[in-house]
Every structure is written in structure tokens, then in C-alpha cells.
Design a protein around this ligand. Sequence first.
Ligand SMILES: [Zn+2]
Length: 197
Amino acid sequence: MYPKLVEEMIEQFVKLPGIGRRSAERIVFWLLSNPKEQTTEFSTIMLRLKENVRFCRQCKNLSDTDLCRVCTDQHRDRATICVVEDHKHLIAIERTGTYKGVYFVLLGAISPADGRGPDDLKIYELRERIIAEKIKEVVIATDPDTEGEMTALHITNELRPLGIKISRIGLGIPMGSSVEYADLSTLTVSMATRREL
Ligand SMILES: [Zn+2]
């Protein structure tokens, strides 16, 4: 129906999450109807994003520098680490504006169904960091679903011998739900009412 190049571009956009055929067509026509500079800017930033954004050396947060903004912020409480499953969860907690500690991003959760065990989650690295930086409290903010609870239990068992305070985010987030989708006030309450394990 369309020229080959138009069709190829539509097919590329359809690969993106949340973009259906109709939306892809609209984006391609938008590109065609706007000045070339706009497309150049779009593709340049996309390439720069891919080349420069990486994981923070310390916490595995997304960053375009060696250490992320949280890790380089001198006003953060460096004795408290919040453990989250991924970047979207970190952002959700940052949006509450109430947490002043630092983070450790697991980049996943224990999931036997997906063949992901404790060794895939860099919990060894977390343990090393807690010892090296004299961390006093670990707040486990994994999701309250089966995988998240399994992960929380494993981390607790691994860190227990270190004798530090270990807490789990509390009230409000329904079982089986996700930190990512909790609304701001729920997540704020959940962080504030974290319970010691
Ligand atoms: Zn970091």
C-alpha cells in the first residue's frame, strides 16, 4: 500500500513497546511532514542514548556517567541502601521525594520459571558494598509478588550474618502488585512504614 521505505519505517516503529500499526503510521507521516532537522535531531539523540547510557558502576542505576546522579549527590545518606528490582522502581521511589539514602539495582528478581537464580542478581556485589561502605540499613523494596518475596528472603538470609538492620517496605502496596505502579502516596507510606526483618 505504501512505498517500500515508508512501509519499512512503519515496521520498525511497530517493534516499539506500546506502538501499534496505526500509531506507527502516524509517527512516520509526522516525520515526513516535518523539517529534516527534526528527524536528524531525533536519530542523533537516539544513537547518543544507545552509546552513552550505561549502568552506574556503584548501584547499577541508569547513567550517562561512570557514577549516577544519586551516587554523586553529597546530600544522600550513604549508610542506607534501598534494594530495587529495576530502574523504573528506583525512579518511582525517587518521585516520592522522601527517601534520602542510596540504591542497589538488582536488574531482576529470582525467578525459577525464567531460570533466574540468586547468582544472576549480583547479591555478592551488594554484600561487598555493604561491608566496604559500612552500611547500617538495607531497605528491601522488591515487589510484593512471589518473585519479589523470594528475592527479599534470599537477600535477608545472605545479609543476616552482617548484623545490620534489614527492613522491608510495608503497608499499602497490594500483594502481587509492583513498586513501579504504586501511586506516590502509597509508595511514600510504604517506605515510611517499612518493617525490620
Ligand atoms: Zn549509582
